[in-house]
Design a protein around this ligand. Structure first.
Ligand SMILES: [Zn+2]
Length: 326
């Protein structure tokens, strides 16, 4: 049983349908060469999956025939919704804690809709309302470029220290009031500290690891991990080889090393899972959602108690759902 805070499977399915024919809905349900599909998510014991609508740069989405961000996000979010509608015994779009609890009771995997890259919000508060109404419950404020919310993680120390924009600050407060989860993965360090200062409820890093173990700007420093924990937040362990190991290799042992380091630094209550399935590649041992139960078993063998493994697997994430959604 697990909750995964981040996968790029939905946008991947839309691009695959454009390139190879077929429908994104069919690919989301069954695509053996993807890291994740709903069929295997069910078999692996997925309690809830956060499906990111990752919005790449405009030139990339226009190569697939989309002229606006909105047209693209409508299609990606629509594909997840249509998949749930076509397979109601397997997947259900949920937007509140009560809906999530009901899905658990009914034995159906919950799907949370998220935006990765806040660019489609376009600096307009009413767009936050629109996307909320479309079912979006989490926004990863930036991807790897500046946008209306703020600046991205960067090797350039000037960009890395830049904070949120005025709109970004206002939007973070509004999102928390509205019941949307604020996600700092990909954000600049300056943006992280602004979010921490503004947030009254927990915020999260949906898919980031420990920077002390692997010096990548996408990872979190010890101080950031502690601040996240102080706010009751979580970080999802990301399987991306470049974030796990400076040699660019991701193994079970590498992920487990980050898990222990983060637990020792900021406490086990800050740990969750954020696979980044179908958003990562390279030298990747955990390349199939069916391997999630193996990772959980290995976490236990590495010294975490069953209770701690349960927290990492889903209980900490469930706490966030209860504390942040309506
Ligand atoms: Zn990402």
């Amino acid at each position: 049983m697990f909750i995964d805070l981040h996968c790029d499977t939905a946008a991947g399915a839309v691009f695959a349908a454009h390139k190879e024919g077929g429908t994104a809905v069919d690919y989301l349900y069954n695509k053996p060469d993807a890291h994740l599909d709903v069929r295997r998510l069910r078999q692996a014991g997925g309690r809830a999956q956060f499906f990111a609508c990752f919005t790449p740069p405009l030139e990339h989405i226009s190569s697939a025939g989309f002229t606006t961000d909105r047209a693209f996000t409508d299609t990606v979010l629509g594909a997840v919704k249509d998949t749930a509608a076509a397979h109601p015994d397997d997947l259900r779009i949920v937007g509140t804690f009560a809906e999530y609890r009901q899905a658990v009771e009914d034995g159906v995997t919950s799907a949370f809709l998220t935006l990765e890259e806040g660019r489609p919000i376009d600096g307009k508060m009413e767009n936050l309302d629109d996307y909320y109404d479309q079912g979006v419950r989490l926004i990863t404020l930036t991807w790897n470029f500046k946008n209306c919310f703020g600046s991205p993680n960067s090797k350039d120390p000037v960009i890395m220290q830049e904070g949120l924009t005025d709109f970004g600050k206002e939007a973070v407060v509004y999102m928390q009031e509205k019941g949307m989860i604020v996600d700092v993965s990909h954000l600049s360090d300056g943006g992280f500290y602004d979010v921490a200062a503004l947030c009254k409820k927990p915020f999260i890093a949906s898919h980031s690891d420990a920077r002390t173990l692997c010096r990548h700007t996408r990872n979190l420093t010890d101080e950031m991990l502690k601040i996240l924990a102080d706010h009751g937040g979580i970080t999802g362990l990301n399987f991306c080889p470049e974030f796990i190991d400076e040699k660019g290799v991701c193994t079970y042992d590498g992920v487990i090393r980050h898990a222990h380091y983060i637990a020792n630094t900021a406490g086990v209550d800050v740990l969750a899972l954020g696979s980044d399935f179908d958003g990562i590649g390279g030298d990747l041992e955990i390349d199939d959602v069916m391997k999630m139960p193996i990772l959980l078993e290995k976490l236990h063998k590495s010294g975490f108690t069953y209770d701690e493994v349960e927290k990492i697997a889903w209980k900490n994430a469930e706490r966030i759902l209860q504390d942040t959604l309506r």
